[in-house]
Design a protein around this ligand. Structure first.
Ligand code: 6GU
Length: 284
């Protein structure tokens, strides 16, 4: 069994990846595609596709809307590596270190910047279905409750034991993204993303609670990946696609379904692709 806290095993996995692809250059940017946002991976030019099945230690992605491919190629004129499909802690026994392993592999492969995306429920009343939200900061609920990818013995080769999360979402990348959105006429928001454990969606009272503490959108991913990225010094840009508006009133609530989340993501796929491509074009 793969131990996600074993640094030597990480090096072995990375070698297996390297040996199965013909890298054109060192990928400078890593991308993680959120639910239904796998179209981003399909926009990559000269793609080399490696199935997760061929990567030892990688669990399979069981969630509909998530393919399981690591794709190398060009996007926005830069050589990138893209995880088309992610590992959600609720699928894998809340093993957050395991679920964040792709970030560590991409770090070994040389990325300096990570772009994470997700499908999220809107909490901010100003948000509409289909909006894109630049993540400004996060509330990592599992992390606050002891489910952090950094819990356990820390091999210092992974990075520091105590990681500062004060500037997790790079301010220059956020500014660049807001500029790109304005220039491209893409409706954009900026806000606080909450990661909940899931897989159940939140009750209206829970959503109200998050709204009260200043959250703008809710999902079940991303924060564990960002935490690991920050531990290894990777610069992060994150955005959410608002796929539905979360319920805040038990007397007037509607069912939240995974299908509607996927439909919204599909509709936004092209927009999300061009947004990411334009940002990458302008990353230094
Ligand atoms: Cl409403 N909640 C969570 N946790 N994740 C979501 C969502 C809601 N909508 C899309 N993803």
């Amino acid at each position: 069994m793969f131990d996600p806290r074993d640094y030597d095993e990480l090096l072995q996995i990375t070698d297996v990846v390297r040996n199965q692809v013909d890298l054109k250059e060192t990928p400078s940017i890593g991308i993680i595609c959120g639910s239904g946002l796998g179209d981003i991976g399909d926009c990559i030019k000269e793609p080399q596709v490696l199935s997760y099945k061929k990567i030892p230690g990688f669990p399979s992605t069981s969630v509909v809307g998530h393919k399981g491919n690591m794709i190398f190629g060009y996007l926005g004129g830069k050589y990138v590596v893209c995880m088309q499909g992610r590992f959600h802690p609720y699928e894998h026994g809340m093993d957050l270190a395991l679920c964040a392993t792709p970030v560590r592999v991409m770090h070994q492969l040389g990325i300096k910047t990570l772009i994470v995306s997700n499908a999220a429920g809107g909490v901010n009343p100003a948000f509409n279905y289909g909006d894109l939200m630049v993540i400004k900061d996060h509330i990592f609920m599992p992390g606050l409750c002891g489910f952090s990818p950094l819990v356990g013995i820390n091999d210092p080769r992974f990075g520091p034991r105590f990681v500062s999360i004060h500037d997790a979402y790079d301010i220059n990348l956020r500014r660049l993204a807001l500029t790109v959105a304005q220039e491209e006429n893409i409706r954009i928001q900026e806000g606080i993303y909450v990661m909940c454990g899931g897989p159940q969606y939140e009750s209206p009272a829970e959503v109200m609670y998050f709204k009260t503490v200043g959250a703008d959108a809710l999902g079940m991913s991303t924060c564990h990946e960002v935490t690991v990225a920050r531990q290894c010094g990777i610069r992060v840009f994150g955005f959410s696609l608002i796929t539905n508006i979360a319920n805040t009133d038990a007397d007037n609530s509607v069912e939240v379904t995974h299908e509607e989340v996927l439909v919204a993501a599909k509709e936004a796929g092209f927009r999300a692709c061009s947004f990411v491509t334009k940002i990458i074009e302008r990353i230094e």
